[in-house]
Design a protein around this ligand. Structure first.
Ligand code: ZN
Length: 158
């Protein structure tokens, strides 16, 4: 079949296997830069929309509701939040079965909109519930590198 001919049946479509070597740099953006730089200091930052009276975590440069510019409105939001949703993870990123499953949750920082995915620690899966109060446990300061993984996990607030 020549390249200019049209396929008449989807079963005529063929494929070939191959690999495309690719390298990339993912930029975190201007709001993300503030967020990750403050992680090194053991702080979680958001961006406040004064029009809507909402604080977004992670921070954004525009309000998604009114499009107000938020870059001048970054603020520290504390390290406490609630479990918005959660599940158990039985495999590593590489598909290897874990001996002990980890608990993954969406954490919403108190008083803010949005949230982010992170691990839960110092808790059994059977004891986790929606709305459970949690707090961030950061790595030692010398181990932080401006990553979401500067937070080791979130643990229940007793
Ligand atoms: Zn707004």
């Amino acid at each position: 079949m020549a390249l200019i001919e049209r396929f008449q049946k989807v079963t005529d479509v063929t494929y070939w296997e191959g690999q495309i070597p690719m390298s990339y740099i993912y930029t975190v953006g201007r709001a993300g830069e503030k967020f990750f730089r403050e992680m090194i200091n053991g702080k979680i930052f958001g961006a406040k929309c004064n029009q809507c009276n909402l604080i977004y975590v992670p921070p954004r440069i525009y309000c998604e509701k009114c499009f107000e510019r938020l870059e001048e409105n970054y603020l520290e939001v504390g390290t406490k939040g609630k479990v918005h949703t959660f599940t158990q993870c039985y495999e590593t990123y590489d598909g290897v079965r874990k001996e002990v499953p980890s608990i993954v949750a969406v954490i919403r920082i108190d008083g803010t909109e949005g949230g982010f995915v992170h691990w839960l620690g110092e808790v059994e899966f059977k004891d986790v519930y929606f709305g459970m109060p949690v707090e961030a446990v950061f790595k030692d300061k010398k181990e932080r590198e401006g990553s979401i993984l500067d937070i080791k996990y979130f643990r229940p607030i007793k």
